[in-house]
Design a protein around this ligand. Structure first.
Ligand SMILES: Nc1ncnc2c1ncn2[C@@H]1O[C@H](COP(=O)(O)OP(=O)(O)O)[C@@H](O)[C@H]1O
Ligand SMILES: [Mg+2]
Length: 353
């Protein structure tokens, strides 16, 4: 640090000395050319030194220039004696040189202030971006928690009540013959409706937070989800996942599940693909997930806007990116006319026992 500062100071003074030396040599070489205006190149040397080195090197160049042309160009040559007429010339030169040096140092200060305020701004932007990332990570986490809570409530209240309702209806159904025809029809309808509501409540609860994810892990939950997706969407969906993948931390399992959910939903909504492939592999320290389709591909603008932090924060692919960043992983999107592949590499911090 100290060394580099010293080097920069030395280089600024060296530039001042060398530029005055260059002005001197050129003026000496071409004496006839500069016979009346030998100040010219020395002013250039002062200007350069003040621009490159700042105030003090500018002043050093001014002093060196005065000594040089007094010694070499003002009669008596090779002496520092001066007549009063020559002194006026020198004073004019020194005044101009000082003015130039002053203007340059002002400019340098303004530039320094500008650089500092830009650095401050950059630091502020960096700090706010980090805060924004933390906030969105926290929001995603809260969203998962909220979904888990609603799913549990749904399962424990509505779904349980529906089971009881269905049992009551089946008790009624036993004495169905004693009921008038319209009541029998209403009973049949109510039983079908209760059945339908139970199925809906169960699906909704699973989608919000598959209980399997907590109980038997990612593999079973994904198998269930992928099969359901293929059945409902008509998209031939393949899941490749080693059966011995083991348990990952709850955070990683939830993230992988949500990413697969989002990617398959996207394939259904946007790709017009007939097939989808979900591949999950566990390498040494990483979990690698790929979701591929052979549909129309993502528009370039969609890739750019989802990869940049923007208005889409926390939604779709932008949400995937946030989840992945939270876990220190990375997201890659490969998309062309032949389809889209979303690849996510996660580096789990800790694992569930
Ligand atoms: N598999 C895909 N095939 C084609 N386009 C896709 C695919 N996935 C995403 N896209 C495009 O990327 C955009 C952003 O996706 P996303 O962030 O999930 O937002 P959303 O699904 O809410 O529109 C989509 O609007 C769509 O245009
Ligand atoms: Mg989407």
């Amino acid at each position: 640090m100290v060394k580099s500062h010293l080097r920069s100071v030395l280089s600024r003074y060296a530039a001042a000395v060398l530029s005055v030396l260059a002005a001197l040599l050129i003026t000496l070489e071409a004496k006839t050319l500069f016979s009346t205006t030998f100040y010219g190149l020395f002013l250039c040397a002062v200007m350069f030194s003040a621009w490159y080195g700042g105030l003090l090197p500018g002043l050093a160049a001014t002093v060196l220039s005065v000594l040089a042309f007094d010694y070499y160009f003002i009669p008596p040559i090779r002496s520092l004696n001066l007549t009063s007429a020559e002194l006026v010339h020198l004073i004019v030169f020194v005044s101009v040189a000082l003015f130039i040096t002053y203007l340059n140092s002002k400019r340098a200060h303004a530039e320094e202030a500008l650089r500092k305020s830009r650095d401050d701004l950059e630091a502020q932007v960096q700090e706010r971006t980090t805060k924004l990332h933390q906030l969105s990570g926290r929001l995603l986490h809260l969203q998962d928690e909220e979904r888990r809570r609603i799913a549990r409530e749904l399962h424990e209240t509505i779904a349980q009540s529906l089971v009881v309702l269905k049992m009551d209806l089946s008790v009624l159904a036993k004495s169905k013959q004693s009921l008038p025809i319209p009541a029998q029809e209403a009973l049949q309808e109510a039983t079908a409706l209760a059945q339908e509501c139970m199925r809906e409540a169960r699906t909704l609860s699973y989608l919000l937070h598959p209980p399997l994810l907590d109980e038997v892990g990612l593999s079973a939950a994904l198998r269930w989800y992928v099969d359901g997706f293929a059945r409902r969407s008509g998209i031939e969906t393949e899941l490749q996942m080693p059966s011995d993948i083991g348990r990952l931390s709850q955070e990683v399992e939830t993230t992988v599940f949500r990413i697969v959910q989002e990617c398959l939903t996207n394939i259904h909504r946007h790709s017009a693909s007939a097939t989808a492939k979900v591949r999950i592999a566990r390498l040494a320290t990483d979990v690698v997930l790929e979701v591929q389709d052979d549909g129309c591909g993502m528009p370039e603008t969609a890739i750019v806007s989802t990869m940049n932090l923007g208005a889409t924060l926390g939604v779709g692919i932008a949400g995937i990116r946030e989840r992945v960043q939270e876990l220190g992983g990375h997201l890659e999107i490969k998309s062309h006319n032949g389809g889209t592949t979303i690849k996510v590499v996660l580096r789990p911090r800790e694992e569930a026992a």
